[in-house]
Design a protein around this ligand. Structure first.
Ligand code: ADP
Length: 259
């Protein structure tokens, strides 16, 4: 469904993603793990065609994804409906006067009739527990509610690929739990989820892609195997070797033997 072939990307004169080769099949749940600054957001923006490779090729459903492809309005509409990205900070996505208008926005952009817009907005507001807030401005919602609203805005479009950028980063534990349960129910949708949180990764998906600190993929496979590989964990900057900690009560002699 998705293929990146030898993809390189730079914002300026420094490559932040290097030689990325990646295939994602329909229905897969992929976790992209890497430290802050390793290029996870950039990768998701490439998959969402907000950015385009400097070198290499992005193919979606057999079609090469490049800037020119979006001059074709029909293709552009289809791609924007099928492949959606949840930004790390929900505030970046919310700008409509009410929760209702926010959920309706994408559907209206795509030219859906107002009757269908209403049906779908009410349906998704219900699923995400937002019905009572429909007439409220989005900025009055809590962080967890904003995250749910952002997801509703995307899922109302019935996407085929859901890209989630650090979706748990700003959530309290209860909302993280809710999100994980929700994602587990999304069987049909292909999802690519980025995180820098190694301990959360197993909850988010079954296939793991790790971007090393230098911006290339250093692992693609089962999560269980990766977390047992100390060398790879260190290379990805996901493990930190602490200097031996000396208990405060130690006397000079035992400290020497400890060291
Ligand atoms: P991550 O999501 O893993 O934290 P990013 O994809 O956000 O990583 O960033 C990868 C690298 O690209 C970082 O070094 C970051 O500073 C740089 N970067 C991100 N966005 C821009 C931008 N708009 N202009 C220049 N450099 C950027």
């Amino acid at each position: 469904m998705i293929e990146l072939k030898d993809v390189w990307f730079s914002y300026d004169d420094r490559f932040v993603l290097k030689d990325i080769n990646l295939k994602v099949e329909k229905g897969e749940r992929v976790v992209v793990l890497g430290v802050n600054g390793s290029g996870k957001t950039t990768l998701l923006k490439l998959l969402n065609a907000l950015l385009f490779p400097v070198k290499g090729t992005y193919i979606y459903k057999g079609r090469k994804i490049e800037k020119n492809a979006f001059k074709d309005r029909e293709f552009s509409k289809t791609f924007r409906r099928e492949v959606v990205l949840l930004f790390q900070n929900p505030d970046a996505m919310l700008f409509n006067p009410t929760v209702y208008d926010e959920i309706a926005f994408g559907l209206r952009q795509l030219g859906f009739e107002e009757k269908i817009v209403k049906e779908r907005v009410l349906q998704w507001a219900e699923i995400f527990g937002l019905t009572q807030y429909l007439n409220k401005p989005p900025f009055t919602l809590s962080g967890g509610q904003k995250q749910r609203l952002s997801l509703a805005c995307l899922l109302v479009l019935k996407p085929e690929v859901l890209l989630l950028d650090e979706p748990t980063a700003n959530l309290d534990p209860k909302s993280v739990g809710w999100l994980i349960d929700f994602l587990n129910e999304l069987k049909e949708i292909t999802t690519v989820i980025s995180t820098h949180n190694l301990s959360l990764a197993p909850e988010l998906g079954n296939r793991l892609i790790v971007i090393g600190e230098e911006g290339s993929i250093i692992y693609d496979g089962e999560l269980e195997i990766f977390i047992k590989d100390q060398e790879k964990l260190l290379r990805a900057g996901l493990l930190h070797k602490h200097k031996d900690r000396v208990p405060l009560c130690m006397d000079k002699h035992s400290m020497q033997t400890h060291l």
